[in-house]
Design a protein around this ligand. Structure first.
Ligand SMILES: C[S@@+](CC[C@H](N)C(=O)[O-])C[C@H]1O[C@@H](n2cnc3c(N)ncnc32)[C@H](O)[C@@H]1O
Length: 462
């Protein structure tokens, strides 16, 4: 869940509950946790562009995989949907999609259902169920299954239930998006998490209050020379970042009983048990090894063919702390000609944040990467003039005979939030206006972008 570029987008909506109760009293269930997961305070809304269907589809295409056809009706499921913001965005912007959210937190599901009703969305459904229960039910298969901010916080049995759902419900060719915390970047957080979690087991009050006590204790340790903070100055930065977070976010992030970063190689082996294959990252920067891996490491990487070791080395080279992995059931690689045809059909548009035409500097996890003027000046100028297809863009002089250069340049613009692929179907998103109004009325800092079937972060006073 930790990601510097994401901020809590709506405190008001969740912070002032709407009569939902977050207390469960089933046998064997604590007041504050269910299956080890925090349930007594609501999780704030976080939007993730990478799990939207248009984005996932394009990423699969860019990786040379035959993606689900989103020009005709399709089905999409989010496991652990929280209060549903990602599905509300998806449903409002993608009339051809039928969306299903699953979560065992009755309060979250009630908020999501109420939102869908007031916006007038009839292509989204929220199911209150545990992953174990959902895996046992009967559902039509899905073209997409997504799970964000959930996997690393689950007990092994709940992870097994997710695998079971993937096995039962993901269509051949279907895509699975899985976000999780990973080594080595998240490893240092284990010390912080352990203290926060142990504090929460003894403190009275709700999980947000427990998180506050835990953060205060960490601050005393950091300020009084505790060796962990001295040896690992990065821990001070982590703590400073936590102190700026909302307490309910920290409660969900750190107080669950099973929080655990994993190595990507291990996660890939686990997901393979559901007969899915890792195809790449939904974070398009990470799919460009030539840019996202420091140059001196690339010769080392190119000598290694074993996939698990390569991914582990990449995680180490980037000090990766979270992953946005995409898997596919029975992936079909596109031939070179077909790949180009599929790319050619995609249209891109400039977002409001697109900088003026000229050279760029991308601020990336491995430092600033210059975007050469010869490439970005004409590309940005073309996109600022209106949506353009890949076929049109690659006719431009800068990209003649170099579709790979265009592909990378577009991915950098997408990654930076400057450009986005358009939804490929011509259908009209009927509820876009109602959704925009709902977002405004709840002070949710998002604007719908129906042409792209997604939304963008915006400034809004909470
Ligand atoms: C941190 S939230 C993530 C929400 C959303 N996916 C996002 O990224 O903003 C994790 C969600 O998973 C749900 N959850 C955790 N364990 C679960 C389980 N075993 N069955 C169903 N839902 C579960 C929680 O209730 C919570 O709403």
């Amino acid at each position: 869940m930790i990601r510097p570029s994401l901020s809590v987008i709506a405190r008001r909506w969740l912070g002032f509950g709407v009569g939902c109760r977050y207390v469960f009293l089933e046998s064997g269930v604590s007041m504050s946790r269910r299956e080890g997961y925090v349930i007594d305070v609501p999780y704030p809304l976080h939007f993730h562009k990478e799990m939207q269907p248009v984005w996932m589809n394009y990423i699969a295409t860019s990786l040379g995989c035959a993606a689900p056809d989103i020009r005709s009706p399709y089905r999409y499921c989010e496991l652990g949907c929280g209060a549903g913001i990602n599905l509300l965005v998806a449903a409002a912007g993608n009339p051809l999609g039928e969306f299903v959210g699953v979560d065992f937190n009755a309060g979250h599901v009630a908020l999501a259902q109420q939102a869908a009703r007031s916006i007038g969305l009839d292509n989204v459904q929220f199911i209150e169920a545990s992953f174990a229960d959902f895996a046992r039910q009967e559902h039509e298969p899905f073209d997409f299954i997504a799970c964000h901010g959930t996997w690393s916080w689950l007990p092994p049995q709940a992870q097994a239930s997710i695998l079971q759902s993937l096995h039962r419900y993901l269509k051949p060719g279907g895509l699975f998006y899985l976000h999780y915390m990973c080594h080595p970047g998240a490893t240092r957080l284990t010390a912080i998490q352990k203290i926060l979690h142990e504090v929460s087991l003894t403190m009275p009050g709700d999980s947000a209050e427990a998180a506050r006590h835990g953060v205060e204790l960490l601050r005393r340790l950091a300020d009084n020379g505790a060796g962990a903070f001295e040896d690992n100055p990065g821990l001070r930065d982590e703590l400073a970042a936590l102190e700026n977070e909302h307490l309910t976010y920290l409660a969900h992030e750190f107080l669950t009983d099973y929080w655990r970063p994993q190595h990507s190689a291990d996660v890939h082996r686990i997901v393979a048990q559901a007969e899915l294959t890792f195809i790449g990252s939904a974070d398009c920067f990470e799919n460009m090894d030539s840019l996202s891996i420091p140059g001196a490491i690339q010769p080392i990487l190119s000598g290694i063919s074993q996939a698990a070791l390569r991914e582990t080395i990449k995680d180490t080279a980037r000090n990766q702390h979270q992953r946005f992995d995409m898997f596919q059931r029975q992936p079909k690689a596109l031939g070179a000609e077909q790949h180009l045809l599929e790319l050619d059909a995609v249209r891109f548009m400039a977002m409001a944040s697109m900088p003026p035409a000229g050279p760029l500097s991308f601020s990336t996890p491995i430092g600033a990467i210059p975007g050469p003027e010869a490439i970005f000046e004409p590309l940005i100028r073309a996109l600022l003039a209106g949506p353009r297809s890949f076929a049109e863009l690659r006719q431009m002089g800068a990209f003649a005979g170099e579709p790979g250069v265009l592909l990378q340049a577009l991915q950098m613009l997408m990654w930076a939030g400057y450009a986005h692929p358009l939804r490929p179907d011509g259908s009209v998103a009927q509820q876009a206006g109602a959704f925009a109004e709902w977002l405004r009325s709840r002070a949710v800092a998002l604007s719908p972008l129906a042409e792209c079937g997604t939304a963008v972060m915006c400034k809004r006073e909470a």
